[in-house]
Design a binder for this molecule. Sequence first.
Ligand code: SAM
Length: 347
Amino acid sequence: MTGSRDTTVRDRLHRPLQSMRISVTDRCNMRCRYCMPEAEYVWLPRDQILTFEEIARLARVFAELGVTKLRLTGGEPLLRHELPTLVRLLRADERIRDLALTTNGILLARHAAALRDAGLRRVTVSLDTLRADRMQGFARSPRHADVLAGIGAAQAVGFERLKLNSVIVRGYNDDELVDLLAFAHDHDAELRFIEYMDVGGATQWAIDRVVSQQEMLDRLGHHFGAITPITGDDPHAPAERFSLPDGTTFGIVASTTAPFCAACDRSRLTADGQWFLCLYAGRGIDLREPLRSGASDAELTGIIRSAWTARDDRGAEDRLRVSERAPLYPVDGLRADPHREMHTRGG
Ligand code: SAM
């Protein structure tokens, strides 16, 4: 299978352990309503946050088991000091073929060059709206101009294949589908529209705020003409890609209405070392405790291998079968365990 090596460990549905999202902090400098709509949050204790050396050690163990793709995320990963140092440590392992970062872009102009110099290859910037007033209202941040500057800096320092992520929420930004595509095209970036997901943290989620992949395609087709699906991409990629009649390409991540659990090779490591095998999983596997109590690499490998080979999660498909879909957790449930939050798990 594409990208797999002989050592790749597979789960009960034959899905490889191949791609990891590593959250380097649970803190964020935005308060997007689909992710962090509340006024107050419970943060992970600082002494439990993994050091860069601890993250790099775990990454080496994961690489031994077949992981080739890492994405640094958060929270907002650029809030973590000295992130280029971590990039350097991770780049030192040649088994990691793809190292990327997902950021809201606010601090990217300040850090882009150092990250590129440290060996970061790819960046995805979240950009939900082209209108500063909308970002202020919806994400409670006045820093739209900084996001645009971050996108400019990402281009200037020469990251490969710049991507933009837009979560589409009905009544917020669903009238910007065409404008966001045009912006991405003008900035030599590829846009990913993301369906609004009922993940932990999305306490204002409601099905009527979701704009489905099909509706997005219908609306874009109406505007641009025939849209062609692109075939032959990595079968594990979360986005389906399409092309407009003028050749502009874009993707849609349809996790809410057309989940891709059958091909999901992703797992997530929180900033405090909890490993989640599914975005919707009720609990994670504690890797910090064995790491800090002196476990050998072989012991860590054993814990990870046995968890992955037992994996049968299909969280997004399970959600699809829920008849009266509502937010995954009430606010109290999130406060009781911050690991349920998307900003802790790492999007
Ligand atoms: N702060 C960084 C950023 O903004 O990209 C990284 C973390 S953020 C949690 C990662 C991604 O998750 C973002 O693209 C964000 O839009 C997406 N996300 C968060 N909550 C979501 C939801 N309820 N539905 C769909 N996507 C969501």
